[in-house]
Write a new protein. Structure first.
Lengths: 248, 394
């Protein structure tokens, strides 16, 4: 089954729009100049509102490259990437950065919190340069922390928190901007099983008809929680499967 | 505007998070600015003290010395040299002294061998010498006409000699001049413009002639000129004294030496300024170095910020602003420190504090410029960092 035909299948997540949030069209990403290495070759993928998907594949299959491109941290060598219909390669850096900040919420395996900032400060980082009054910004960040039960941890620095707590701070940072797409890179990879289950539970709670949740993982258990599963190998999408109900 | 405020907050938090590092890179601009402010302040204050002294002493004193014809010993002026000098229109007052070279002065009998080996210069002096010198008496009175008229054997001691003789204020004391007792009637205050006078004993022209048996001809004149005409007056004094005769007269303006001392400090000031500039430059290199390392250490932070939507220019601005803060903060602390140094040193040295506050913004601006220039390269490096390389995805 090809990536382009998958969204025409009668099953899948409840779809509120036929316009994809994120669209990769014939995207290739080549590294190196003298010796060209194709990390991604002619990949097309459309991510719709309401999608709750995983991207799986072994090491070297192009997952990371895919993640960088989906998050607009990187640009394709050929092909186009569009966010909400807008071709990102035509944008200058400030506009593209703004689009990324507004549209995408990242969650990383290593949490990637800024060590010298408090939990609140880390969440606030995602709200900077948005013409927000400091008080409003703090309030929104605090609410995001509170949503994941971290209100009491607002003044703690990352080193004072457990891995699970740090990942919840990272989740708060990802959702505080109310992004179109939540892009997670092995979100449970650095966590023990209890915290991993906890975080996965939060991810399920993030599902919404307006938003897409994308988890890049090589953990089949994590991938199994998703309703849509994109499998990659050697820089190509080899499968794009949907199921009605994710196993609980 | 709000973006600038956010940027300021981010940069400030970055500096605050690494206090030791921030303190260390602050040292460069702090030392540089402090060195420059205190260098100028200290030399100006020292000069200020000299100039205060100068204005107190006046720059219009001329000392004329008899040079004599070639080969003559103990050259002298004509007896009416003072009147001749006072004929010069720009001379306001003049007083003569005579070096009595053969006279031995003894504070007490029994120490004659020492004072014969190291004789105290004895001078005959005019009644108006202290007023021409503008020097007060430390004790007692100066020689006056009554001493001559009443044939009193009076002597006034220079301040240095008075100390050497152990003379106590108000003490009734006689000293021996060529074996004759003279009564000490006063002590002349220190003469900054001619310290030789501090180590002399003064007698009247009458006593010099009739008691000590000298010819009584003056060989040194102290002359006050109308302010502003000092050099010109000094130039015509020789002609006024010898009226075209063969006798030689040399003149000097003692305040010139002090003025030269004030000038000499400019060199010191330039050296100190250069040292400050050097400290600032080295400090700048330090900032560039530390910031460069910081960009590498904080590459993850940069990647995170890029991921949450901060643009390259915001990242660059963040690091540049950190450098700018270092420059501003270093400049302010350095200026305060420099001013403090000037105040403390001046208090100990007894100087009048002179600080060119108008110059301080220049040094602070220089510190700012150096800091921002030093932060430029690391900031560009930070802005160009690829977030994908720093976030280690997958």
């Amino acid at each position: 089954m090809s990536a382009t035909s998958s969204d025409t299948l009668p099953y899948g997540a409840p779809r509120t729009s036929d316009h994809p949030l994120l669209e990769l069209d014939q995207v290739s990403r080549v590294y190196g100049e003298e010796v060209e290495v194709y990390a991604l070759r002619d990949v097309s993928l459309r991510i719709f509102p309401g999608d709750y998907m995983s991207i799986v594949g072994p090491s070297g299959s192009g997952k990371s490259t895919m993640l960088g491109l989906l998050g607009v941290l990187d640009l394709p060598t050929s092909g186009t990437i569009s966010i909400a219909g807008q071709d990102v390669s035509t944008l200058d850096d400030p506009t593209r950065s703004k689009l990324r900040g507004n549209s995408i919420g990242f969650v990383f395996q290593q949490f990637h919190l800024i060590p010298h900032l408090t939990a609140l400060g880390n969440v606030e980082t995602a709200l900077l340069y948005r013409e927000l009054r400091p008080r409003d910004r703090r309030e929104r960040a605090y609410q995001a922390l509170d949503r994941f039960g971290l209100a009491e941890r607002a003044d703690h620095r990352p080193v004072q928190m457990s891995g699970g707590e740090q990942q919840r701070v990272a989740l708060a940072r990802a959702i505080v901007t109310d992004p179109l797409v939540i892009l997670a890179d092995e979100p449970t990879g650095a966590l023990d099983s209890v915290n991993a289950a906890n975080v996965l539970e939060i991810f399920k709670g993030l599902e919404s008809p307006e938003r897409a949740v994308v988890m890049v993982t090589h953990d089949q258990a994590v991938a199994g929680t998703a309703r849509r599963k994109v499998s990659m190998r050697d820089g190509r999408i080899v499968a794009d499967e949907r199921r009605l109900e994710a196993p609980r | 505007m709000n973006e600038v405020r956010d940027l300021v907050g981010v940069a400030w938090a970055g500096l605050k998070a690494r206090k030791v590092r921030t303190l260390l890179i602050l040292l460069g601009p702090v030392i540089g600015v402090a060195a420059m402010v205190s260098a100028v302040g200290l030399t100006e204050s020292a000069k200020g003290a000299l100039q205060a002294q100068l204005s107190q002493l006046g720059t219009n004193l001329i000392i004329a010395q008899a040079g004599g014809t070639f080969g003559s010993q103990n050259p002298t002026f004509p007896s009416n040299a003072v009147q001749r000098v006072e004929n010069v229109s720009t001379v306001t007052s003049a007083a003569a002294t005579t070096n009595l070279s053969g006279v031995i002065s003894l504070p007490i009998q029994g120490a004659s061998s020492y004072y014969q080996a190291f004789p105290v210069p004895v001078r005959a002096a005019d009644d108006n010498l202290p007023s021409v010198l503008d020097v007060p008496l430390l004790d007692g009175r100066w020689l006056d006409t009554s001493d001559s008229q009443l044939h009193l054997r009076s002597v006034v001691l220079g301040s240095g000699i008075a100390r050497q003789y152990g003379y106590l204020p108000g003490e009734v004391r006689t000293i021996l001049l060529n074996g004759t007792n003279f009564g000490v009637v006063g002590v002349l205050g220190p003469v900054a413009l001619d310290p030789d006078l501090d180590n002399a004993a003064f007698v009247t022209q009458w006593a010099a002639k009739h008691v000590l048996g000298t010819n009584g001809l003056p060989n040194q004149l102290y002359i006050r000129a109308v302010p502003g005409t000092t050099q010109g007056t000094a130039n015509v004094i020789p002609t006024a004294i010898n009226l075209g005769g063969p006798d030689q007269v040399s003149t000097k303006i003692p305040s010139d030496v002090l003025q030269a001392a004030a000038q000499a400090n400019r060199t010191l000031q330039e050296v100190a300024l250069l040292a400050g500039l050097l400290a600032l430059t080295v400090g700048g290199i330090g900032i560039a170095n530390v910031m460069s390392i910081s960009v590498i250490q904080r590459s993850a932070e940069i990647g995170i910020r890029r991921a949450v939507g901060h643009s390259r220019s915001k990242i660059g601005g963040q690091f540049l602003l950190e450098s700018l803060f270092v420059g501003v903060l270093g400049g302010v602390i350095g200026a305060v420190l420099g001013v403090g140094v000037v105040y403390v040193v001046s208090a100990f040295a007894g100087w009048v504090v002179v600080i060119a506050y108008g110059d301080i913004p220049i040094w602070m601006g220089l510190a700012l410029f150096v800091s921002v220039a030093a932060g430029l390269y690391p900031s560009i490096k930070a802005a160009r960092l690829e977030p994908l390389e720093t976030l280690r995805l997958g």
